[in-house]
Every structure is written in structure tokens, then in C-alpha cells.
Design a binder for this molecule. Structure first.
Ligand SMILES: C[C@](O)(C(=O)O)[C@H](CC(=O)O)C(=O)O
Ligand SMILES: [Mg+2]
Length: 303
């Protein structure tokens, strides 16, 4: 019977796949998915994984990305997304939702949600977008505790714990690299090098640490937009496009609504829309029919 309802791969297999991807020397491209449907589209187009962004999750709830969302909301969305795809899902755990003990609980909840890995950042609470001014970081020792706690709570050794440092914009590149080294000593599997300026900075970071590195190619921020190939050549292991699909979709929604408001019809927009047939194809509508006929194939005996 064809696959319906959820992805066939178990969370443990997706985590193994993510670990393999990180060790492959090939850059793992993780577009942000603002819904399970978008994640299915990401999978169909051949990407290596899906990213669940805190900024997008907040925006989707009509909130700015300033640490207002809860672990329950984030894990719930992550689970909805992870369960429909075979790809690994990396999720934004912000500052871990509280004290180090909360970071530990976050890991167990995210493991149960079928997530393959999470990143914890060294910002103070309440956090800010890493590409805006006005953010602040906790002392290195406090972040080390956050990471240690997260690592100690892990039950599946393949769940990836990524430490993000926001220090580049505040303390400079060398300080950010020193922090990364301390986070690796605390058990982090990967480092998210937030808001580096240009190629030379990515190159220097790569030369200084031995674990997998993640680049954030968010638009309208502090980092130069580098291609996946350039980042792979620089030795980076993961690239995220966290808010990209939301920005594309929201621009299309705004333009479309404007047209309807002005002209009273969506007629001129039809060519720009995903067709009903394409949506059904993505949802594997046919497979559900097949599933149904496979289940309801009994006959009622006449008495
Ligand atoms: C990666 C990020 O943490 C996110 O939540 O997606 C954001 C992205 C953004 O706001 O552009 C960040 O870089 O802080
Ligand atoms: Mg975030």
C-alpha cells in the first residue's frame, strides 16, 4: 500500500541520515518550512533536510521573534513538520526556553517530537534576531552550562546538538571562535556561526574549529549571501535558508490580495498560483484513495 498520513522513516533513521550528511563533505541544504506542506515540497525538490525557524514560527503566530513562543508551541510545530517527511528536521530552540535545566527538558521534548537536531544560542533572555542590533550574549560559562545540560539529556546519541554563537556582532570574530571552542568542549556537535560578515570570516571560522559548521543565509541581514557551492568549498557542512519560503509566500499573498481588492477578481492571478492538480499531487491524494479502497474491501454477508 502506498504511503499516506505520515512519512515511513522513523526519527532514529532520520538522525542517522543527518549524521551521515554532516560527515559527507557535501553541504546539507535546509530550507525553512513554515508548514508541513512546505516541508513536503522541500523534500520533493531534493533538499537534504528541513529547518524549523523560530523567527518564522513567531511570525506565523503574528509575533516578533523576541522569545515569546513556548517550548510546547515550538515542539508541536516541529512534530507536525517532521512527521510528514523522511528528511531530517533541524529546529531552532532559541536559548533553550529558560535555565540550563529547561534546555535539558527541551532536548527530551524535541527528541519525542521526532526532530533530528536543535540549536541553542548564547543570547540572553529575551533573545533577539541574530541579525539585528541590540542583542546581548550571556557569559561563556553560562552558555557552557546550557550546552552541557542539553547534551546530558540526550537519549538518542545521534540527536544533533548545535551551539549557536551570536558573539561575532558583539565581541568580534576571535571572541566568537573562542566561545565556539568552549561550546565544543561542553559537548556541542556543531556550531552555528551567526551573522558573520563575509567569505573571509567564514573561512577563518572553518580553519579554527574541527566540528561541522552551519551557515545562516537569511536575507536582509548582516551576512553576505553566499551560494551553497561557495559554502561547501569553504568547508561548511550545513546551510539554512530560514525565512526564505515565508518571505516568498508573504510577498505573493500581499500582491495577490492587493489585486483582488483593486480589481474584484483573482482571474489575472491564476497563472501565478499553484494549480489544484499540483497541490493534490504533492499531497499524494491518489494514494489516499488507494489506501481507502485497500481498507474498505470487505463485503457484508447477507442474512
Ligand atoms: C535563524 C533565525 O534564528 C531564525 O529564527 O530563523 C533568525 C533568522 C532571521 O531572523 O532572519 C536569526 O538569524 O536570528
Ligand atoms: Mg531564531
Amino acid at each position: 500500500m502506498s504511503r499516506v498520513i505520515s512519512a515511513p522513516s522513523a526519527p532514529a533513521e532520520k538522525r542517522i541520515a543527518f549524521r551521515k550528511g554532516l560527515a559527507s563533505g557535501k553541504i546539507q541544504r535546509l530550507p525553512g518550512a513554515f508548514s508541513p506542506l512546505v516541508a513536503m515540497q522541500v523534500q520533493q525538490l531534493g533538499f537534504e533536510g528541513v529547518y524549523v525557524s523560530g523567527a518564522v514560527l513567531s511570525a506565523d503566530l503574528g509575533l516578533p521573534d523576541i522569545g515569546l513562543t513556548t517550548l510546547t508551541e515550538v515542539a508541536g510545530r516541529g512534530q507536525q513538520i517532521a512527521r510528514v517527511i523522511d528528511l531530517p528536521t533541524l529546529i531552532d530552540a532559541d536559548t533553550g526556553f529558560g535555565e540550563p535545566m529547561s534546555a535539558a527538558r527541551t532536548v527530551t521534548v524535541l527528541e519525542d517530537a521526532g526532530i533530528a537536531g536543535a540549536h541553542f544560542e548564547d543570547q540572553v533572555n529575551p533573545k533577539r534576531c541574530g541579525h539585528l542590533d541590540g542583542k546581548a550574549v550571556v557569559p561563556t560559562g553560562e552558555m557552557v552550562q546550557r550546552i552541557r545540560a542539553a547534551v546530558s539529556a540526550r537519549r538518542d546519541p545521534n540527536f544533533v546538538i548545535c551551539a549557536r554563537t551570536d558573539a561575532r556582532a558583539l565581541e568580534g570574530l576571535d571572541a566568537a571562535i573562542d566561545r565556539a571552542k568552549a561550546y565544543i568542549d561542553a559537548g556541542a556537535d556543531m556550531i552555528f556561526t551567526e551573522a558573520l560578515a563575509d567569505e573571509a570570516e567564514f573561512e577563518k571560522f572553518r580553519a579554527c574549529v574541527a566540528v561541522p559548521l552551519l551557515a545562516n543565509m537569511t536575507e536582509f541581514g548582516k551576512s553576505e549571501l553566499l551560494s551553497a557551492q561557495t559554502l561547501e568549498n569553504l568547508g561548511y557542512n550545513v546551510v539554512i535558508y530560514p525565512v526564505t519560503t515565508l518571505r516568498i509566500a508573504m510577498q505573493a499573498v500581499e500582491n495577490g490580495l492587493r489585486t483582488i481588492a483593486e480589481t474584484g477578481t483573482q482571474e489575472s492571478l491564476l497563472d501565478t498560483m499553484q494549480h489544484r492538480a499540483r497541490l493534490y499531487e504533492l499531497l499524494q491524494y491518489e494514494n489516499y484513495n488507494e489506501f481507502d479502497t485497500g481498507i474498505f474491501n470487505f463485503t457484508v454477508a447477507e442474512s
